[in-house]
Design a protein around this ligand. Sequence first.
Ligand SMILES: [Ca+2]
Ligand SMILES: [Ca+2]
Length: 205
Amino acid sequence: MGYVHFTILLSLELLIGVKSMTEPLCGCRSDFEYKVLDRINRLEQRQDQQETAGRSRDNSIVGLQNAIQTETHTSCKDGWVAFNGSCYVFGDSNLNFISAELYCRQYGGQLVRVDSAVENAFLKAFLLKHHKQHSWVGIQDTEVEGIWKLFGTNTLAPFTDFRPGDGGDHDAEDCAVFQNSDDMLWVDVRCRFQCRPICEMPGFN
Ligand SMILES: [Ca+2]
Ligand SMILES: [Ca+2]
């Protein structure tokens, strides 16, 4: 066990120990901790295999650690998962893109807007453990192929994670999903496809 590995696990154990002594803000808190541990284990395994890519994932691990501590100050409505200032619902029905957006709006949210590598890493960890399904991201490239904007806005997507060869000049594929695979990279698909909604709304601090 390397020093970094040991330090990360020790930090998490300390954090989880502290959190176990505090009243949970929502029923999903312990599941969240297991998800993050699982994600970090996956990140470290891949880090051993690819040194260059490992440096990037090292940053994701640090980001996740920081986000966990921020998350302790985020609370959500019942049934929503808290992480780093936001709340998420992972829908169980397959819906086309517009129906998925409407599904989220009825609960006061919107299809997830992935703002950073840390948020993306959290979402992947959750999907791999609990919802390994094709799941919508709230972006489209309807105007210019490969230029992804937050749905319903003129704002460029701040972060993308497309599988190499995807997310580019595919005329009929203007929507994006986390692909149901071990790495959960994004692929572009037709918006009429049936995939799972991931809803996001701001948390309460
Ligand atoms: Ca977000
Ligand atoms: Ca397209």
